[in-house]
Every structure is written in structure tokens, then in C-alpha cells.
Design a protein around this ligand. Sequence first.
Ligand SMILES: [Zn+2]
Length: 254
Amino acid sequence: MSKRMLAAVLLLAIVMIFPGCGGKNKGDVLGLMYHHLVEDPAQATAWITTPDELRNNLTDLQALGYRPLSLEDYAAENYDPMGDYFIVTFDDGYLSNLTLAGPVLEEMDIPAAIFVITGCVGTPEYMTWEDLRTARDGGVFTLYSHTHSHKSAPDMTTEEFLADAAVAWDELTTHLGEGEHKILSYPNGAYTKESMKALRAAGYEMLVIQEKPKWFREKHHGRLLLRVNVPGRGADMKEIANYHRTRCGVGKLH
Ligand SMILES: [Zn+2]
């Protein structure tokens, strides 16, 4: 057998042992980013979805071999590294997460994380602290920080950004108690290298963004959850999964 044939046979064996993972010995952890929901499909946009679309998205992903994973279990590394998982997340803290997404997630037995802008709590369309406690106690949602002001990190000094994150953390722990994991989703997906280092030093164990910077190193900047925005109309979950798999170095689904 030639060396080239041997390599081909070995590659085939790996692909058969690790279906969907190509030559890389790991599965995929796909963060799904949602924001607001509405009942009326005519009002859905790139950033606003409906309960039916959400149900379809999660059904499609499970048909592609993905399993639901909670952000808590991801943070605790309590999952099979060879498996393909999705993590449902909602940014900002809209009341519709509780009223419209909650029943779908409960019915499907799928956990989700909400990143709360603490400065928006109790304002129109957003949850109150009472709503957030209801969400937390319902068994579907876990709650984390999306900062207090929702200002982009690059528009502030590192000190200002850290102070803003600290206000949010104080508010969350005052109203909801200490969570198990200190995790922050960057407003507008915009980060800086300095703020990542500073958050890590301040005890944040995971940061949530959309695109991984080239300079990112887990040992310096902590752990990341990378997400893909799921548009509210006609999302192709296979396309979304393959986009994410490609950028993470995981073999594509076919
Ligand atoms: Zn946001």
C-alpha cells in the first residue's frame, strides 16, 4: 500500500470513528444568538424571531445531530468533547424571552442563557427583577451579564468598561444572588484585548462574542463562547452550523 493510500485509509477511519468531525478529533459547540421575539411572523427581522421559528431552528439542529447544552455545563466543561452541541442564548433581557421563548424551550426541554443589560431592567419591553427571578426559578434560564450600559468596549477606556461591568455584576448578585459562573456577553459583540485581560483578572471565566480575534489565547484571555446570530426568518441551520464549524476548524456537515 502506498503512503498516500495509507493516509487516505487512515483519514477514512478517523471520519468513520468521528462522524461529522472530519480529521479533527473534536465536536462543535455552537452558540446561538437571539434577542427579542414576537408572535407575528410579519414582524420578524434579522434580530427578532418568533416562537415557531425558534422551535424550527432547534428541531433542525437536533436533526443534524446537535444536542442542547447549558452554558453552565459548558462553563463547567461537563460535556463530551467529541459531541456536537448548541447553546441557546438571548441578549439584552427582553420580556419576550420569558413569555414567548420560555414555553417553547420548556416543551423541548432545552436550557438557555440570558445576558441581561442591568440598566434596562424594568424599562418597556424588558424584564423586571421580578420577571428575571421568575425566569431563573423556572428551570429553563440562567442569567448572566451584558453590562449595565450596553456601551461598546472600544468606545470606553478599559477602566470605564470594567466599572460598567462591575455595576452590572453588583446588580445581578444583589437582585438574583450569586450565580455559579461569572460570564459576560460583550455589548454589540465589540471587545478590546485589554478589557478581556482585565475581565479575566476580575474573575470572569468566560466571555461571549461573535468573532474570535487572531490574537486570542485561552491562557491569557480566558474561555470564549462564539455565537452566530440566528435570523428571525428562514434561518438555514445547516449553513449556520457549517459556518461555525469552518471557523472553529471542525469538519463540515454534509
Ligand atoms: Zn446586546
